[in-house]
Each structure stands twice: as C-alpha cells, then as structure tokens.
Design a protein around this ligand. Structure first.
Ligand code: SF4
Length: 314
C-alpha cells in the first residue's frame, strides 16, 4: 500500500544531531540518550536564529545537571500492567500502549525509557481483550503510546472495531501529539471513523505552546465532528512557564474549539531537569490565569503520582 502524505512526512522528519544542526544552521544540537526526531512541519514553525524558541526547546536535547528525585521511569507504569500492553491504574479505565512510535521526540518525555518491546497492545490483543471482558467496571479505553495516531488508519479502525464489540466499553479516549506536529495526520478516513463509531470519542491533543497551532492544524481539526476535543500540556521551563504563553495557549486552543483540560507538572524523568518548574511558580501562574481567563479556559494544574495511581490537583 502506498504511503499516505502524513506517513511520508513522518518518515522525512529530521533525525539525529547532524541533520538537525544543518537544518537550523547551528551547532547547538548535541547527542542525547533520547534520539532527536523533528517533523519538518513542526520545524517550519520554529523561528530562525532564536535559540530560545519555545518549540525548539522542546526538541533540542538539554544539557542538565543530574539532580535527586529524577528517575528513568518516574510513574512506574510498568508496575500497573496486569497484562503486557495494558496499564490499569484507575477502576473505570485502562490505557493501551497502542503504538511504540511517536511523530516527534519531546526531550521532556516521561516515557522515553519505557520498554515498549514488552508492552505492545497490538501484538497481545487476545490477553488484553480477555482482561477487559473480565472487568466490567471498565467503561473507557485510552489509546496511548508512543502515539496511537502513528498507527495507520486501517490498523486504528480494526482496533476500534474490536473495542466496539466489548459491550461495557462506552468511551474511547485518544491521546496524541501527532495531530499538531503533523496536521496531515487528520485524514478523511480518520475523521469518518471517529464520527461513525458507537463509542463516545474524546480526543486529547498534546499542545504546549500557541505557536504549535498552525493554520493547517486549525483547518484540519475543525473537520473532526462528534468528538470531544480537549488539550493537555506540560508546564515546561523556557517553553510556557509565563503568564502570556499560558494565556495565549488557552485562547488559541479555544479558537480551535479545543478546551484546555490539564496542565501537568513535569514528570521527573532523568535528563529533563532543565524543564523543571517549581510548585510555587506553577501555583502562582495558575492563580494569575484564573484571574484573567474565564473558568473554562483554565486547565487543571495536576501532578501524576505514579505509585498512588492518582492525579492530584495542586
Ligand atoms: S509525543 Fe508524547 S510519548 Fe511521544 S515523545 Fe512526545 S511526549 Fe513522549
């Protein structure tokens, strides 16, 4: 089957130090343990000759001094996987590792050390289906990864059809960053499959800065109907840890008919130390946001506490 446009764009992404330095005409990219991957569409949104560009900072490896409290797997997801490829932390919902691949590599990613070879939901479907069938308290399935929209439309549709057959599943939630970093991922086939499924669909975009919302993304996301659109961001030093950036992001999301849902504190993965924002600063920013925006434009400020399997509002 020929590659679709978005698959070609994913394949053509900048990879590695040399390509990235050449493209941005810099020597600032250095080797990192999480390999560099930047789709050209995303790269085109980065301002020339601006080492502090908020989009550039997310994909450029940061030289961080190791600090206490950081680890390879801050949320211990592996300890909540009763079946390979399925994470069950909350009674009513499970998360499937639907893909091992991402369209972009975010240098703050808490899953950058995750052993995907052990957790591929697609190759362990029989056991996953049996687990969900046996737990009738589960009504929501979350597709995660990697990025679940790295799957082809054909594979995604087959997975959704399998989930539709499980009677007690009512809601499908898809978390994806691919939508915004490669907007052509919003294909007609994707739009149609989300519109026709019997499941209530919640699409959670992962957008951290208003500059990420390109015109192409806004035009394409507007074509998605009968789906609840939410966004989650990570609060990142030098990216969006100021009032103007957070306000602009909420307003730009609302323009695109996406509601700001969560603003996550950084998950403390080794190597991401330079993205850390203190609780004091986060709370102050959140209070300022509340005073300047309508309530529905203020995301919940949360921290994931892996072991306790809970997300707390600060
Ligand atoms: S897209 Fe999500 S899972 Fe993939 S590298 Fe970025 S933060 Fe991590």
């Amino acid at each position: 089957m020929p590659m679709s446009q978005w698959q070609q764009q994913a394949k053509d992404a900048l990879k590695g130090v040399q390509q990235s330095n050449e493209f941005f005409n810099t020597q600032a990219f250095t080797q990192a343990k999480f390999p560099i991957k930047i789709p050209l569409k995303y790269a085109s949104l980065i301002e020339d000759n601006n080492p502090n560009d908020p989009l550039l900072r997310q994909v450029m490896p940061q030289v961080s001094a190791a600090e206490g409290g950081y680890s390879l797997s801050p949320l211990n997801d592996e300890n909540h996987a009763p079946v390979d490829g399925l994470i069950h932390k909350y009674p009513n919902r499970v998360l499937l590792i639907a893909s091992q691949v991402c369209a972009i590599h975010c240098q703050y990613c808490f899953r950058q050390n995750f052993d995907y070879s052990q957790h591929d939901a697609m190759s362990n479907w029989a056991a996953i289906e049996q687990y969900i069938q046996q737990h009738i308290e589960i009504n929501e399935v979350i597709l995660s990864g990697g990025d679940p929209l790295s799957l082809s439309d054909q594979k995604l549709e087959k997975l959704i059809q399998k989930l539709e057959l499980i009677k007690h599943i009512t809601t499908l939630r898809i978390h994806s960053r691919a939508l915004v970093v490669i907007p052509s991922r919003i294909t007609e086939q994707l739009i149609n499959m989300l519109a026709k499924t019997r499941l209530n669909v919640v699409l959670v975009t992962h957008i951290n800065h208003a500059h990420e919302l390109s015109l192409e993304f806004c035009e394409n996301i507007a074509k998605i109907k009968q789906v609840t659109l939410l966004n989650q961001s990570v609060l990142l030093k030098g990216v969006n840890d100021d009032l103007d950036s957070l306000k602009s992001l909420s307003l730009a999301l609302f323009e695109a008919k996406i509601l700001p849902y969560y603003l996550h504190m950084l998950d403390k993965v080794s190597g991401a130390e330079n993205y850390f924002v203190s609780d004091e600063k986060a709370l102050q920013l959140h209070q300022q946001l509340q005073s300047q925006l309508s309530g529905y434009l203020v995301p919940k400020l949360v921290r994931d506490l892996g072991r306790e399997a809970k997300t707390w509002l600060l």
